[in-house]
Design a protein around this ligand. Structure first.
Ligand code: CA
Length: 239
């Protein structure tokens, strides 16, 4: 669909030139010759951008802008300002104008600003549609071996779809075993990975926690945690 632009400009010649140029660039164009007419057109139409002259009879461009913004915070509005009217530019930008172009302007410059404003606007719309969420945030992160599944984000643990409660340390130990499944891990490796380098305890703590885990994970089911005598432990499905 063509982007549609509303031109609010009382100088007929300028409005006509803008209309021809914008139609040539494949925009849908509507014209209004006064502030009141412009506001009415805006309220009854569905525009993607407004080109708004500031010096207008009746309702000034600044007033039109203020009223547009009270209805629509996002639609791009580019002000057409007279050379040197710094005050108008400042109050226009304060009121939420997207950009301004000083008369007399080069049509190429105006077209570039229109394209930039429309691009920015479509980005804003897209990001407000998807919210601020990362695209992968809801992607589920499950580790599994056989019918054992654990979700690292939600810390859910399932064995054959039965939920299992683990303490934080048991959970960390199970994650480590699962991440390294089918590899035989010695007690020092496990201790270092799960309890940290500085842990001063005895490697027996590993045996104790493996026992806890087995009770919760493997009890009454086909075992996943296996002892490799003289070496350590391995998590694997029986084949
Ligand atoms: Ca004017």
């Amino acid at each position: 669909m063509k982007p549609s632009i509303l031109i609010v400009e009382d100088e007929e010649k300028i409005a006509r030139v803008l209309e021809i140029e914008l139609e040539y660039e494949d925009y849908e164009v509507s014209k209004a010759m006064s502030g009141t007419e412009g506001l009415e057109a805006f309220q009854n139409g569905d525009f993607d951008l407004v080109l708004l002259d500031i010096m207008l009879p009746g309702l000034s461009g600044i007033e039109v802008l203020r009223r547009i913004r009270s209805h629509d915070e996002h639609i791009p509005v580019i002000l057409l300002t007279a050379k040197g009217s710094v005050e108008d530019k400042v109050s226009g930008l304060d009121l939420g104008a997207t950009d301004y172009v000083t008369k007399p302007f080069q049509i190429e410059e105006l077209l570039a600003r229109i394209r930039a404003a429309l691009r920015l606007h479509s980005k804003v719309q897209k990001s407000s549609m998807t919210g601020t969420e990362e695209p992968n945030q809801n992607q589920e992160v499950w580790l599994s071996a056989g019918d054992l599944k654990i979700n690292e984000k939600t810390r859910e643990v399932l064995r054959a779809e039965d939920g299992i409660e683990l303490t934080p340390r048991e959970f960390d130990l199970l994650v480590y075993l699962l991440r390294n499944q089918r590899q035989v891990l010695n007690r020092e490796q496990i201790l270092e990975a799960v309890w940290g380098y500085d842990y001063m305890g005895d490697t027996n703590v590993v045996d104790v926690y493996i026992r806890y885990l087995r009770k919760k994970i493997d009890h009454g089911r086909s075992p996943l945690i296996h002892t490799v005598r003289g070496v350590g432990y391995v998590l694997r499905t029986e084949t």
